[in-house]
Design a protein around this ligand. Sequence first.
Ligand SMILES: [Zn+2]
Length: 265
Amino acid sequence: MRCLPALLLVAVAGPLSVAAQSHAPAAKPDHKPVAHAPASHAPHWTYEGKGGPKDWGRLDPAWAICSTGHEQSPIDLGGPVASHKARIEERFTSSPFVLFHNGHTVQAALEKPSELLAEGAKFQAIQFHFHHPSEHTIRGKAYPGELHLVHKNAKGELAVLGVFIAIGPKDNALFEGMLSRIPRHEGDSVKFAAPVDIGMLLDDHHDELEDVYTYHGSLTTPPCSEGVRWTVRARPLQVSLRQMQRLVEVLGESARPVQPVYARH
Ligand SMILES: [Zn+2]
């Protein structure tokens, strides 16, 4: 158990963290459930107002767990769910991908999956996407952004690696390569044919011990399915203020509020 230095959280305060509530609605959930009706039949959901997070559990009987579940995500970290030192056991690949703006987020579908070992089981990374501000918080503070690398195993179970995005002093060159061509409107997609090293994009420190938070949670979008193994890295990915602003222009507000921790630790 180890406390996160307060310094890491300094980037949270600022104009980007929470203010603008301007999210565009759309039909597709960003985390596709294992067993769920086709996206085209899914009710309309949003991040604010009518159809917002408080309503998700009532919009569709299949989404009831959004309201009733006791293992929902995101959560506040650093309290009952404390960090520990661990290696993030992921064999990252270089992969081409297609970036798609689905109306809720911008999501990259990976052509060559990375492989994650979580609780002794193998998972393959299928996509990553972004949220603004971060969905997980650390002792009540959010980062400006959070990237989710979503993995699936042969049984269809999910494991997500969460990486916070903080504002650092300079442009992040790898991030810029993606950001410069990011699809700006719902339904737009852009093919990145040249393979991108996903480990480098996430600023992975290979086999070093990292402060991580691990817990059992859910999808953070409807249908809020539980049984998701979460690993959230304490060390954020750094981008410049300009880069974060550009990402926020495209994403808008795209974070579910933190959920009760209940019995998790
Ligand atoms: Zn997500």
